[in-house]
Design a binder for this molecule. Sequence first.
Ligand code: MLT
Length: 331
Amino acid sequence: MNIKKTVLLPLITAGLLAAAPGVMAAKFKMALGDAAGGTQWELGQTFKTLFEKKAAGKHTVDLFPNGQLGDEQNTVNNAALGTLDFSVLAINNVTPFSPTVGVLTLPYVIQSAEDAKKLTQGPLGKELTENTIRDAGVRIVGWAYSGFRVLTNSKKPVTTVADLKGMVIRVPKNEIMIATYQAWGINPTPMAWSETFTALQQGVVDGQDNPYITVSAMKFNEVQKYITNVRYLFSLEPLIVSESVFQDQKPEVQKAILEAGMEATEHSYKYLLETEDKIKKDLAAKGMQISDAADGEKEFIEKATKAVWPKFYESIGGKAKLDQALKSLGR
Ligand code: MLT
């Protein structure tokens, strides 16, 4: 466990240190896969502010953006081992460790930000949190709502499934996303997030998908020209805490973590609604060319849902899990 615990010296000057003498202070570390300025950063910063206030200055959280503490999937391992305290990462990078979470990443299950909120904050979200503790040794204490992952590329406008032919598209190392592109007729290139910008820049891959806010925070507009509004995957980015670190905390600190996580989640939702459109306009102003998928995305939707959903029934815990998700969304 890496929490640096310091026995605080007795206060010499009132107000210099907020903690009482003898109180153990923890300096928590939080990993972020993305650069500062996106939805991960917004969630992490809000959590930090709220948690530090609730912990009355006794404990602090430091954010390490840009994959400084390791690739997103590695941060799950490190948190499970207790060598990292917190991480904010895309849900698709949690699925390999806790496959039932995949119900949230099946293509076109989530069709709006409201759907995303309903699923994560309803009974299914609670169940998935329990599952990640059991399977991956990490606890989800908050969510960043990052918007739909749009497809970017450096070659040409893409509006139909056929336009993808011949393109090299990077995807995370996530079976559901790989299967989705295969259903659209191409074999995508699975690659760690930390390697993606360089691969786009050097032309090793032509494109990738991520939300508008992430595209902007990562400055992908410098290496990508075209955007297609596909809505196959709504990007949910959980804030996870190492379960062993969590269990080591006093009840009042656990309470502060859970409350700060919930409040930061509410903030994240508002932030998305207030920010996404502005970012989209800004990317267009910077020269990105934005297209909608043809035909209301019909072909993308049909091909993906038909081929991909049944392939993953078993790993998400049975078709009943998908039915439960759809029912809770009124479908
Ligand atoms: C990925 O594409 O690997 C992730 O979605 C990146 C992210 O966390 O923003």
